[in-house]
Design a binder for this molecule. Sequence first.
Ligand code: CP
Length: 308
Amino acid sequence: HRHLTGIEGLQPHEISFLLDEAEHWVEANRTHAAPDKRMAGLTQINAFFENSTRTLLSFEIAGKRLGADVVNMHAAQSSVKKGETLIDTAQTLNAMRADVLVIRHMSSGAVQLIADKVACPVLNAGDGWHEHPTQALLDALTIRRRRGSVAGQRVVICGDVLHSRVARSNILALTALAADVRVCAPSTLMPPAIERMFVTPFTDFDQAIEGADVVMMLRVQNERMDGGYIPSSREYRMRYGLTAERLARVPNALVMHPGPMNRGVEIDSVVADGTQSAITEQVEMGVAVRMACMDVLTRRARGVEGWA
Ligand code: CP
């Protein structure tokens, strides 16, 4: 089976294909077109070992819109709490004859480990610092719809780039689609050798934001700091926050944030709720993108010609 464990390994034409497929579902969801239950009879298991609002619910809604039987496994209420290993959990889910598995885990690489052990397609819903591929796809779709194209857009990704799977997947997707990607972070939260990912690094947000078409803010992830640098909220906002004053320098730029937001830290409320914000549109695109990914990945199981 083909999985979606990351953007890494996808060809630019495959990314564009998934966006084109998602586009179809955006319109269908908006117009309440006749339901297309192409996943009817398939069982989708969402196994989330880490908290989520957007990703879990949109995968669940996406599966239900396509007619799948969707069940959720919340790790906090599962036998993981009794010490069951990841591999044993994967084999248990596999034995239930799931047709598609959606996994979120706090450890980088955990989703690939599960993908190697099961007999169905696996979608990564976020693993540690590694990747969050459907987030990058929904972000690319949002940019493409608002700007007409991803190619040539100057996208500034600002915040805790080091710990961010959202940043990593977005860098891979946006550079593959020929965007001009800048990353901005305090030096302690910038991955080493980031230039090798074909982006331009900045530590000064005011310089980075110059000429931006899209400003993508990242959440300050206090739970991932591991005793490292934790800036005070006030200090962080002053140097790296998207305030109305900063945004005034790029009045045509699109504002994005994957959520959940720390309002008043990395982004001010007036900006998050302002006219330049595409944050709720990102959430809307999330359902369409997840419908597209699950449809495409289960085509072979359904005997339909396709990508996988
Ligand atoms: N953007 C995102 O992954 O949000 P959740 O953690 O709420 O799923």
